[in-house]
Write a protein that binds this ligand. Structure first.
Ligand SMILES: [Fe+2]
Ligand SMILES: [Fe+2]
Length: 287
């Protein structure tokens, strides 16, 4: 499973002996410096938690309200919708992390991705349990499926790491904070706080790896990242502004907030790209 699908090059393969006896990061056959990525491998292992650590049964899964049966049903549908989208995102994240694990050309990066696959799988497990306790799945976000497909279909690892870890994993963090703030004292809050930490690691590792990947990349590779971003951004905007039926009634109220957050996300994305030495003058912002 460590095979890249290319002609065998034993020096790039990771053997069991390597994993058990190596304490120092080794880099790959081209002796790229992967120490920055390897650090996140150690960090991710230390930060690992279990779904059973969440306060199941001690606090309510999602916020509870007082009021008419209609109001209660409406609120429950709203939270089911929030949880459904996070479940959907983490299911897609497992696929993306698995693909990154499979194609990463550096063995320390591969080691790191084993933890990311495990993290995203655990996130999915937690959301599955939570959605069951919250009353079942709601409507999927069609734009999120298409966003994920674009990342899965991207041509190069540089594009995939850029779109998923540099961009998306960073932008999701304020969303988790927002959900946590409005669901105090619930399992949902606890889960969102854990995901803030995990996705912080996923983003940090992605930044570290993208730097390594871009170190000796030419203008062509960097231009391809701008093109990939320009393909993704309109879809990202549709995803950010999309409101499922269950949340339509707050849609008008939230539109301003959604637009403000989208703009902040896009500006943040541009700053991140600049910090990786990418010429952002050709990035086309949808807003
Ligand atoms: Fe996740
Ligand atoms: Fe993640």
């Amino acid at each position: 499973m460590w095979d890249r699908g290319e002609p065998a090059d034993s020096s790039r393969r990771l053997s069991r002996v390597d994993v058990e006896h190596r304490s120092e990061p080794a880099g790959d056959a081209d002796s790229r410096d992967l120490a920055g990525v390897y650090r996140y491998y150690e960090l991710a292992k230390r930060a690992e938690w279990q779904v059973r650590d969440l306060p199941w049964g001690d606090v309510s899964p999602i916020p509870e309200y007082k009021g008419s049966p209609q109001k209660l049903a409406r609120r429950r549908d709203l939270w089911r919708s929030v949880v459904t989208q996070q479940l959907q995102a983490d299911e897609l994240a497992v696929e993306m992390a698995t693909q990154l694990f499979a194609i990463a050309p550096d063995r320390d990066a591969k080691l790191y991705y084993t933890t990311m696959v495990q993290d995203e799988a655990r996130h999915t497990e937690a959301w599955l349990k939570l959605i069951e306790e919250a009353g079942g799945m709601a409507e999927r976000d069609p734009y999120l499926d298409r966003l994920a497909q674009q990342v899965l279909d991207a041509d190069t690892i540089e594009e995939k790491v850029f779109l998923m870890q540099v961009f998306y994993e960073r932008l999701i963090i304020p969303r988790f904070r927002m959900i946590a703030r409005s669901s105090r004292g619930t399992v949902l809050e606890d889960l969102c706080n854990r995901l803030t930490v995990d996705d912080g690691i996923h983003h940090g590792a992605g930044m570290a790896y993208e730097r390594v990947l871009l170190e000796d990349a030419g203008k062509k590779v960097k231009d391809s990242l701008v093109k990939a971003a320009n393909r993704l951004l309109p879809l990202f905007a549709q995803h950010a502004l999309w409101r499922p039926k269950a949340r339509e009634f707050i849609g008008a109220l939230m539109r301003e907030t959604d637009l403000r957050m989208l703009k902040e996300d896009l500006e943040q994305g541009v700053r991140l790209a600049m910090s990786l030495g990418i010429d952002v003058s050709d990035i086309e912002l949808p807003y």
